[in-house]
Design a protein. Sequence first.
Length: 128
Amino acid sequence: MDKTTNSLNWFEIPATDISRAQKFYETIFDIKMDPMPEMMGMKMTGFPMEMGNGKASGALAQSQYHTPGMNGSVIYLNANPSIDAVIGKIETAGGKMIMPKMQISPEIGYMAYFVDTEGNRVALHAQN
């Protein structure tokens, strides 16, 4: 890895109930997620992506190797064009806000933390 490559190329958000997690993320981001073929005993549902474009993406994942939790790495999901629009849907979709919207800087934008329906701590980032 060097400065010309993405440091992140794939992420997996653990789920104990992949259908519930899919409904939650589809609701808060107003997206359609697609189930992926089961492999190695893992159920996965992908975030919208275009293969081969060099952009990182990821999926919800349910298996014996995926345990939801509040500790460890924090994934920042893209809440553009409006972090407020996403935040406004989190609690009605079954999640919980744990850190309100905060400005990082005028150049970088805003961030917030929430807990999803599976018990994962996840972050949001947006310019507005």
